[in-house]
Every structure is written in structure tokens, then in C-alpha cells.
Design a protein around this ligand. Structure first.
Ligand SMILES: Nc1ncnc2c1ncn2[C@@H]1O[C@H](COP(=O)(O)OP(=O)(O)OP(=O)(O)O)[C@@H](O)[C@H]1O
Ligand SMILES: Cc1cn([C@H]2C[C@H](O)[C@@H](COP(=O)(O)O)O2)c(=O)[nH]c1=O
Length: 216
């Protein structure tokens, strides 16, 4: 008897810098692996050799908001074609540390860049041949944390990059961007109260996994 290939599953992890998403992605990967799924872990900007080069520029070089938005989407285009679509076509679970919700939150709400232009770029980059729907994560874990707590967690944790060096009002705007995105697509967002302890945050994340992908 031939075994049916499972459908690919695209899941993203979002939040302001220091919200704790990278800490918890491994637990989600383990949860799926324990259920027999193949998992691809990746990140944005980055995930391919070209996109990782663009990441270096984006995280360290000053540039105007349009250049920043275009480079984010250029990196994403390569990532979608080289990694994301092939993994989903193989039926894997694709866990992505940030995707386009970050562009709306950071470049749109954080920098004040035109949301309609971002929407146009999203259409070009995430179009799927022969399909009406754009390629996007079917579920986004949104680690919601007040910027002051995130900043305190990052103190001394690592050398800040261009984004992490922004002041608190920038992150207030980014956080409001994530809240707006979640309000627009409540079925896609799973809000995690990231102000809780590491163990409690992990429990919330795994509870969502059980609820969405556990046995019916
Ligand atoms: N619930 C928590 N309580 C206390 N500290 C935490 C918690 N979650 C994460 N941390 C710590 O906060 C710091 C930032 O966490 P992490 O790198 O996972 O955040 P992030 O959202 O991936 O940030 P970035 O987007 O900037 O990479 C780390 O030092 C991590 O150990
Ligand atoms: C995808 C994406 C990312 N960013 C910003 C957000 C973060 O500050 C960095 C990535 O660093 P991380 O430690 O890997 O989270 O890039 C952005 O501004 N716009 C985007 O689309």
C-alpha cells in the first residue's frame, strides 16, 4: 500500500526583538518530529546563501525605508523559491523565524513605510502559479511582549544590530503593527503571552500545537 504524503505546513514565529520566539521554535520542531513529521527550520531575512548576504546588509547598514523594504522582499523571493516552496511540496513542516508579517510590522508600522506598497510587493513575491491565494503561513505564533520587558531581556544578551539598537517608541509602533495584523487575521494568529516564564511560554506554545494539529 502506498503511503500518502502529508500536506506541507507553513508556520511562522513573530514578535518584537527579544520576545522569545527563537527560544521556542525548537520545541515546536520537536513536537512535530515526535509525530513523525519532517521539519525544515529557517529564518528571515535569510535562509539561502543569497538571502543571508542580504541579511548582513539589512541588519548592519543604514539605508532608506524603500531600499530596506525592497531588500527584505528580494531576500524573501529567493527564500520562497529555493527553500519554502520545495519543502512544502515535499510535505514537510516549515517553521520560519519571521516572514511578511514582520515587514508590515517593522517597515510599515515601525518605519512608517506605505502599507499599500508593501501589499503590492507581497503580491509580486508571494504569488503562487495557478493559485488565487498568496503563499503565507497558515499559522503565526505571535509572541506578544511589552517593549520594555523585551529590552531588559536583551541587555547584555548580545551585541545589538541595527533594529535592536532602535529606541522603545520604534518597538511600540512595531508591537502595534503586530496587534493590527492579528486583528485583521485572527484565524491565522496564535497570540502567546510572552511575558510569562520560559516554562509557561513553552506550555502555551505546545497547547496551541495540540489544539491546532493534535488528534481531533
Ligand atoms: N519567557 C522568558 N523569560 C525570560 N527570559 C526569556 C524568556 N524567553 C526568552 N528569554 C530570553 O530573552 C532573550 C531573547 O530571547 P530570543 O532570542 O528567543 O528572542 P527573539 O524573539 O528570538 O529575539 P530576536 O528576534 O531579536 O532574535 C534570550 O536571552 C532568552 O534566553
Ligand atoms: C523578516 C524581517 C525582519 N526584520 C527585522 C526584525 C529583526 O530585528 C531582524 C531579524 O533579526 P532576528 O534576530 O532574526 O529576529 O530583522 C524586518 O525589519 N523586516 C522583516 O521583514
Amino acid at each position: 500500500m502506498t503511503q500518502r504524503t502529508p500536506s506541507g505546513l507553513f508556520i511562522s514565529f513573530e514578535g518584537i526583538d527579544g520576545a522569545g520566539k527563537s527560544t521556542h521554535i525548537a520545541a515546536v520542531a520537536d513536537w512535530f518530529r515526535a509525530r513523525g513529521r519532517r521539519v525544515t527550520l529557517t529564518r528571515e531575512p535569510g535562509g539561502t546563501p543569497l538571502a543571508e548576504k542580504l541579511r548582513e546588509l539589512l541588519l548592519h547598514d543604514a539605508m532608506d525605508p524603500l531600499s530596506e523594504a525592497l531588500l527584505m522582499f528580494a531576500a524573501r523571493r529567493d527564500h520562497v523559491l529555493q527553500v519554502i516552496q520545495p519543502a512544502l511540496a515535499r510535505g514537510e513542516v516549515l517553521l520560519c523565524d519571521r516572514f511578511t508579517d514582520a515587514t508590515f510590522a517593522y517597515q510599515g508600522y515601525g518605519r512608517g513605510f506605505d502599507l499599500q506598497v508593501l501589499g503590492q510587493l507581497e503580491q509580486w513575491v508571494q504569488q503562487q502559479p495557478g493559485q488565487d491565494r498568496l503563499l503565507e503561513p497558515e499559522r503565526c505564533f505571535w509572541f506578544d511582549l511589552p517593549p520594555a520587558i523585551a529590552a531588559a531581556r536583551l541587555v547584555g544578551a548580545r551585541q545589538p544590530d541595527k533594529f535592536e539598537a532602535e529606541a522603545e517608541p520604534f518597538f511600540q509602533r512595531v508591537a502595534s503593527g503586530y496587534a493590527a495584523r492579528a486583528a485583521q487575521s485572527p484565524q491565522r494568529f496564535a497570540r502567546i503571552d510572552a511575558s510569562q516564564s520560559l516554562e509557561q511560554v513553552r506550555e502555551q506554545v505546545l497547547r496551541h500545537c495540540e489544539q491546532f494539529w493534535g488528534p481531533a
